[in-house]
Design a protein around this ligand. Structure first.
Ligand SMILES: Nc1ncnc2c1ncn2[C@@H]1O[C@H](COP(=O)(O)OP(=O)(O)OP(=O)(O)O)[C@@H](O)[C@H]1O
Length: 513
């Protein structure tokens, strides 16, 4: 390929990006116009604001991409000039183009995953800087120990830990002690080994940053199970127990409910601290991010309890494994999320069991899990909400509307179990009768026909999105009835059908009738 055609390519890419920027600008204007309309519901205002924020973020990313392309264009134009006797650059045009393409790919991924953080510095620099700050502001606390209280490890156990030769061995050694503390706490959390599995999401792929925390402490509902990774180390094989669990966070949107994210080292270093800081800043970044998360860094001698607030380190408390009171110190540090409590109470109330690999999906206010009813062994879907009073009220409204809609049109509407709603101190739960599969298993026309059936039965769904249809026994079944109406203007149905037609066209490139 000649460098002129390389230049043409770059110019073409610039034009394409300019077009994309114009499209995003038009979308921003459209969202602004929606926001100015009267009578918007609070939910709609929140939705449009978030949409506008995302679009502006996307526009900034595209501008960056445009600037990079312009730099490339200048570089190519420079190359075309006579070399006045100097040797030409050793980079071929193909090299340049492939570099450019991979840069573009990276940027596109960054745009697509704009709710992921990209760390700016190497973990060692980050760790060292943060440590200086912590020392200056006295936010690094050394736990003195309380002789009359239990420690995590006895002196003999600590000696055994000191004999570990690899990080894998340190992790395997410490797992049962942590699990024991969690059992004592009785909050259904477990410890999962995630040493060999990536679950921290970053903005660049592949990332130069550690994305595999060694341990995840979590409720099983938020975890997808993994099989134990292969190992040739005979000592490690002996340290492993049959009931050790391996797993990763089931979905990035569940990161608000992580118990602890843990990193193990043979000996704690600046770089190790930097890794932990990076985990915290990723977890606390973007949409669905919690403002705060808790992490643990440990080695053969001690453990650090790190509180990360909005991605920056708040405080660090450091303790020896053998210090009296270390057990309580760690136990008290594990957060008590409303979601864990509500799932636990819902399972007790409805006689349910919930294990790993059960997360089905989430929306603006609910999280849905596959559960097993112990009395009859049936699989059901449990939707859980909480945090705010208005979420609890919304779920109760959904329960009554879903029941009514199901009575009117059982073939198209997800069923709800009798007395299948319960509210608790910090949240509420709704028990649905079936677990559906993703809508992609359905034919697009069947989804359209199913909406028409709802309409013929005098139901206006109120939130038409493909994510609100699941596949049950090969047929469409609608969920999420919080905005459903039974008394409405007939034109609203036509509008819903039109909306669904548009979504089907976008998703399947199919004209539904
Ligand atoms: N019975 C079910 N079977 C299988 N998956 C389900 C079921 N109910 C819900 N889901 C999954 O959970 C996701 C969230 O559920 P739902 O739409 O009810 O939540 P929401 O918070 O009300 O969403 P919205 O943002 O529309 O208000 C769905 O998109 C779907 O993937």
């Amino acid at each position: 390929m000649s460098s002129t055609s390389d230049l043409d390519e770059v110019i073409h890419s610039i034009k394409k990006v300019e077009g994309e920027i114009r499209t995003v600008e038009a979308s921003i204007q459209a969202v602004d116009a929606e926001l100015k309309k009267d009578g918007l519901r609070e939910k709609d205002v929140d939705y449009y604001r978030e949409k506008e924020r995302q679009l502006r973020e996307e526009k900034n990313k595209l501008r960056e991409k445009e600037n990079k392309l312009r730099d490339e264009k200048m570089a190519l134009q420079e190359k075309e000039k006579p070399t006045d006797g100097r040797p030409p650059s050793s980079e071929t045009n193909a090299d340049l183009i492939s570099k450019l393409e991979s840069k573009l790919d990276e940027m596109l991924i960054a745009v697509k995953h704009s709710d992921r953080a990209t760390p700016q510095y190497s973990p060692a620099v980050l760790g060292q800087d943060e440590m200086t700050q912590l020392m200056q502001f006295k936010d690094f606390q050394v736990f003195e120990g309380k002789d009359d209280q239990p420690s995590i490890l006895s002196i003999d156990e600590a000696r055994a830990l000191a004999r570990m030769r690899t990080e894998h061995q340190v992790v395997a050694f410490i797992m049962p002690y942590l699990q024991d503390i969690l059992l004592e706490e009785g909050n259904n959390l477990s410890v999962y080994n995630s040493e060999e599995y990536k679950w921290i999401e970053t903005s660049s792929e592949p990332s130069a940053f550690n994305e595999k925390p060694d341990l995840l402490i979590s409720h099983p509902a938020f975890v997808n199970r993994k099989i134990p990774f292969q190992c040739d180390d005979e000592h490690l094989k002996k340290l492993r127990r049959l009931n050790d669990q391996y797993g990763v966070l089931a979905a990035w949107e569940l990161r608000s409910f992580i118990g602890l994210t843990c990193e193990a080292k043979l000996s704690i270093s600046d770089a190790a601290f930097g890794d932990v800081i990076n985990y915290g800043s990723h977890i606390c970044f973007g949409k669905h991010a919690p403002p705060m998360t808790r992490l643990m860094l440990f080695d053969k001698n001690e453990f650090w309890l790190v509180q990360s607030v909005k991605g920056a380190v708040g405080t660090v408390v450091c303790s020896k494994w053998t210090h009296g009171g270390s057990r309580k110190l760690l136990k008290d540090f594990i957060p008590k999320h409303w979601m864990v409590k509500v799932i636990h109470q819902a399972c007790e109330k409805f006689n349910l069991a919930i294990d790993c690999d059960s997360f089905l999906g989430s929306g603006a206010f609910g999280y849905v899990f596959r559960v097993n009813r112990l009395s009859d062994g049936r699989q059901l879907a449990l939707k859980v909400t909480g945090g705010k009073e208005k979420n609890i009220c919304r779920l109760e409204v959904e329960y009554t509307r879903m029941m009514k809609a199901h009575r009117m049109c059982p073939g198209e509407v997800m069923g709800v179990e009798e007395n299948g709603f319960a509210d608790f101190e910090r949240g509420a739960a709704l028990l649905m009768s079936q677990v559906g599969e993703h809508f992609s298993s359905l034919s697009p026309q069947s989804i359209m026909d199913s909406l028409k059936n709802l309409h013929q039965n005098h139901i206006l769904h109120g939130d038409i999105r493909l994510e609100n249809v699941v596949c049950v026994d090969g047929k469409p079944c609608w969920i999420d009835f919080a905005d459903t109406e039974f008394d409405f203007n007939p034109r609203s149905q036509a509008a819903e059908r039109e909306q669904l037609r548009g979504l089907i066209k976008e998703q399947y490139e199919y004209n539904a009738n």
